[in-house]
Design a protein around this ligand. Sequence first.
Ligand code: ANZ
Ligand code: ZN
Length: 669
Amino acid sequence: MESDKFEKYNPSLIENKWTVKWEEDGIYNAKNNVKGKENYFALSMFPYPSGNLHIGHWYAFAPADAHARFRRMQGYNVMHPQGFDSFGLPAENAAIENGINPSKWTLENINNFRKEFRSMGTSYDWSRELVTSDPEYYKWNQHFFLEFYNNNLAYRASGLANWCPKDQTTLANEQVKDGSCERCGTEVLKKELPQWFFRITDYAEELLDMGKINWPEKIKMMQRNWIGKSIGVTIKFDLDEFIEGEFIETFTTRIDTIFGVTFIVLSPEHKILKSIIQDEQRDSVYSYIENAARISEIERTSTERDKTGVFTGAYCINPLNNERIPIYVGDYVLSSYGTGAVMGVPAHDQRDYIFAEKYNLEIRVVVKPEENFNINEAWVEEGNLINSGEFSGLNNNLAKDTIADFIEEKKLGTRTITYHLRDWLISRQRYWGTPIPIIYCEQCGTVPVPFDQLPVLLPDNVEFNPTGKSPLTLNKEFLYTTCPKCGDEAKRETDTMDTFVDSSWYHFKFMSPDSKDVPFRSEDLINWGPIHQYMGGAEHAVMHLLYSRFFTKALRDLNYVNISEPYTKLFNQGMLIKDHKKISKRSNPLNPDPVIQKYGSDTLRSYLMFLGPWDQGGDWSDSGINGIYRWLNRVWAISISIKKFNDVGDQKKDETLIVFSHKTTKKIL
Ligand code: ANZ
Ligand code: ZN
């Protein structure tokens, strides 16, 4: 008999029944408008489909789903969609290792994920599902790329890429392990190669304005630091021995210390370097430059690392006191920041202090905090200027403006705002990504693929085994095409896009899943945007979350969307710990499958939510989950006994219960 079957709490029976029914009835498919209900868009960061849903996925997705359900119960018209961020490196590596086509590998994983999401009991609107490796999706990446290109937001320039000299190929940062090629173990070099960039720096100032978003303070702080706004002065130093048209500019946030400059350091990549080296120093400078190319930017700027450099033999002149200053090359100076050159003030900058001690350079105090001041490390706090000509005696902070005025008046330099944020390098010399829709023609140069020829399809038949070239260059059918302008034979761009492009605007596509001729319909955006609650890991603080904000602003300026921020509210789940260690797929795994088999999804979901505040994570314990299971058994037993009771038909008891349950619900809401 049906009722006997349900007498005892039997999770798999109940859960299977209901997940099938929800789907058949489509009850979680969000309608654009429901009379009398406010729309609410709850979004979880979509997953990369690799292998199986592990416990970390559960901790990200199940409580987020509970939030969506909670909002529904509060009376909102909720959209809670899901999709797959399916381009990327692991698929390509699987292709190399096991000879499986990346698209096959990816689709199998997606099927697996879909099944597992169902067993998790999520209330996703599957009618809006998107898969970023689907041409119907990535053609819009190409569309936006072209819009960016036409509006000077996408450009091609030389950039430093990781280069494996053995495989003769560029590598993504993820493929460089401890400075060596992941595939062959050869030491990785830096190589200048033409690359595509998005002009995110155009939006640096606007991205700093986070007044309209309700995000964790920590993430906002990380974005602010990442953008890294610095206010300072760019000052010009003439060379001691005149070379036509050549001089050195440095960017400093401490123009008050200009009289304390005792050396200049150029980055090893600085343009002027090769023309100023003196014969005697030539060999040592060249070998220093070569070595520096092997070291990553992160290492170069690490505070723990020794500050090294070599003298170039050349000098320049301090424009404020006409002193002759030696020019060094040093790898703690980055070519990508400011002007790629630093005025060395050892008395007031710790890096410069270490450098000066090492190479026996003068350490001249120009900011003095007190009468009997003795220097034994850089003094970086306030004080009064000394040894600073007409500015001596001023408080150093006040002197910043006075000296900047003087410098601008005499045309020795200019006030400058600099950002640490770099333009976004989006080209990857990889296969499994969106082809960049550009054609190179000998006559016409760089020609964008016309909009009506999109998508540029990613071909299926490619050679994956490392041959020294990016896979698409080996596919002749893909590579050779005709120029859209003159009709002559031309070549396609073979780089693909960084997969962070795909995830920068997917939230908009959920709002308008079936629009075919335009990326999204404006009425859908007005209906649903911006996302009310975004949920996911804090590890995306400065990549995905910044790129998404940039994309939204760029699409606003191109009239595709009517909002400036994609995610009104952001919530970062905490970390799950087991035996005092982070649970991770590799080092401390925890497979959810046996747990679900034994206890069911509801127990696991409830357990994860009772672990502690969601943003603080918690400690996994096997006995804890048992407790939740017993609790759900009791809930079940009570509901069965009530049902029996009611079947007998005591009208009065029944009403008492309804009143009681309504009161309880009211308290919770
Ligand atoms: C002289 C000076 C004196 C500096 C002093 C600091 C203290 P933020 O705040 O990060 O903008 N700098 C400039 N360009 C650089 C580059 N390409 N690579 C490495 N360092 C660079 O830092 C600005 C300061 O970082 C600048 O101000 C410069 O050193 C250094 F007592 O100039 B300062
Ligand atoms: Zn042409």
